[in-house]
Design a protein around this ligand. Structure first.
Ligand SMILES: Nc1ncnc2c1ncn2[C@@H]1O[C@H](COP(=O)(O)OP(=O)(O)OP(=O)(O)O)[C@@H](O)[C@H]1O
Length: 263
């Protein structure tokens, strides 16, 4: 469970480059809730994920994971609660290590810290079983260097690594955006399966509105550092891409009207 309460973040405060990235934002995720996050460029989506992961500190507000206040914990101290997959397929895995070495490191994080890093036969059996669910044949290539895999295969592996220690929160940062449509579709399908199987509380940023509507149990739209639309499962099921575009136009229009009124 994630509770982001009253979080604000401004970059380059009191300079000509000042940017308000988040403005008093509050987002709460229940256990197993899968929220897709859309919004225009600069809306604050990545900043929200970076504040959740501890990569950035908020200026004000708090971040709680499973009722524990983690606002002041650095990213490495929070890592055990979180899984994260980035847009760049090269970011989540170590290319010079084998598939099983990468998986062993991922397994060591999170709740399995008692285990040693070495790859035992028991672990190998588990890796094979988990990899088989990807349906990419990687279960037969445990000794292959990860750098030899395609972008789609690496991203599928990153996703598996981020999820199989069952983190409290899964953060997906446009994780299908750099893949061709077929691979993006595969990674989308795997995302839905893994989130469901491990019952993970998930925040997924995407620019693909159709994907944002298809995946997840709730959708939020951000604009200028705030949540401007929050659709629950029922409303999300009925919504179309045209509805989302319409809502966004209306919000932008309202913001313009407000500014006009102030002048
Ligand atoms: N490290 C940083 N230093 C300075 N400004 C930043 C930094 N990170 C984000 N910003 C600014 O904060 C605002 C929000 O950026 P953010 O990257 O969170 O938006 P986003 O919704 O993820 O955008 P995009 O969809 O383009 O990735 C923008 O104005 C951006 O320029």
């Amino acid at each position: 469970m994630l509770q982001i309460d009253g979080v604000s973040k401004t970059f380059f405060t009191n300079t000509v480059n000042e940017r308000v990235a988040l403005h008093d934002i509050s987002v709460r995720l229940g256990a197993g809730e899968f929220v897709t996050v859309i919004g225009s460029n600069g809306a604050g989506k990545s900043t929200l994920l970076n504040i959740t992961s501890g990569k950035l500190r908020p200026d004000t507000g708090t971040v709680r994971i499973d009722d524990k206040d983690v606002t002041r914990l650095a990213d490495h101290q929070r890592a055990k609660y979180l899984g994260r997959v980035f847009q760049d397929p090269m970011a989540g895995t170590a290319p010079h290590m084998t598939i099983e070495e990468n998986l062993a490191i991922a397994l060591e994080r999170g709740r399995f810290r008692g285990l040693r890093r070495g790859v035992t036969n028991a672990k190998r059996a588990r890796f094979r079983e988990e990899l088989a669910t990807l349906e990419l044949g990687l279960e037969n290539r445990l000794g292959a260097k990860v750098g030899m895999l395609s972008g789609g295969q690496r991203q599928a592996l990153s996703l598996l690594m981020a999820t199989f220690s069952e983190p409290d929160i899964l953060l997906l940062d446009e994780h299908t955006a750099a893949l061709d449509p077929q691979r993006a579709e595969l990674v989308s399908r795997l995302t839905a399966e893994l989130v469901e199987r491990h019952h993970l509380s998930t925040l997924m940023v995407t620019h693909n509105m159709e994907q944002a509507l298809r995946l997840g149990s709730r959708l939020i739209m951000m604009h200028e550092g705030q949540v401007v639309l929050d659709l629950d499962a029922e409303r999300k099921k009925r919504a179309t891409v045209a509805d989302l575009l319409g809502a966004f136009e209306k919000i932008k229009g309202a913001a313009l009207d407000d500014r006009t009124l102030l002048q």
